[in-house]
Design a protein around this ligand. Sequence first.
Ligand SMILES: CSCCC(=O)C(=O)COP(=O)(O)O
Ligand SMILES: [Mg+2]
Length: 261
Amino acid sequence: MGVLPVPAEVRAILLDIEGTTTPIAFVQETLFPYIKDNVKEYLRTHWEEEECQRDVGLLRKQAQEDSSLDGAVPIPLETGSGEEELEQVIQAVVDNVHWQMSLDRKTTALKQLQGHMWRAAYATGHVKGEIFEDVVPAIRKWREAGMKVYIYSSGSIEAQKLLFGYSTEGDILELFDGHFDTKIGPKVESESYRRIAASIGCATNNILFLTDVPREANAAEEADTHVAVVIRPGNAGLTDDEKSYYSLISSFTELFLPSST
Ligand SMILES: CSCCC(=O)C(=O)COP(=O)(O)O
Ligand SMILES: [Mg+2]
């Protein structure tokens, strides 16, 4: 097991979810198939609700922005001309969601709908958020040492709260001081990390960001945020250059805080 000293100026640890706190397999083999299998039924059931209409509006706007992309699926406006038209619009939303998911897109529009759909899956006990076993004990230790702990995931804040609120470790939401999603900006843009620091009320170099994705680590580092790349079973492999450039950990227990005994 390695040891990674945390720089003394770090006051807050910012955590990615998929591939960092949580196995990629849980997201890819449980959460995402739930969306693909249930999106049509969900839209039919919730279509008239304000939240569902907001989600569809966001997806339609995203579809317009995506119109020049290969395979993009437009979502027509409803004119209110009957059941058949409604089915066509719902089918377009379904096809759009499937297309975006086939590319693992991280658009806010897709992530908002997914978060709302998972609500029922978690609340009925159909799904429990999976967390690597080192995560909870390590976060408790960091917090005891005075560290603030935040989540930054492409999954919507609602989806994050469901995953940690209905997790295999129980409701562990109390472990986090706050949550960020793509509404603050994409994880691959350095400006997002500056906005997060401003929102927390610290400098970017007071934050250590843990992620499995080198492009995200690179964006954070550009903003002068400390980073470590997390290696977990099932994560994408790193190139030799990435392995030698980034600080790597394979368990949260490898982080050594200056105040740790
Ligand atoms: C938190 S909900 C499921 C995760 C998800 O939808 C996703 O896109 C994961 O992205 P991350 O930024 O956590 O790697
Ligand atoms: Mg990730």
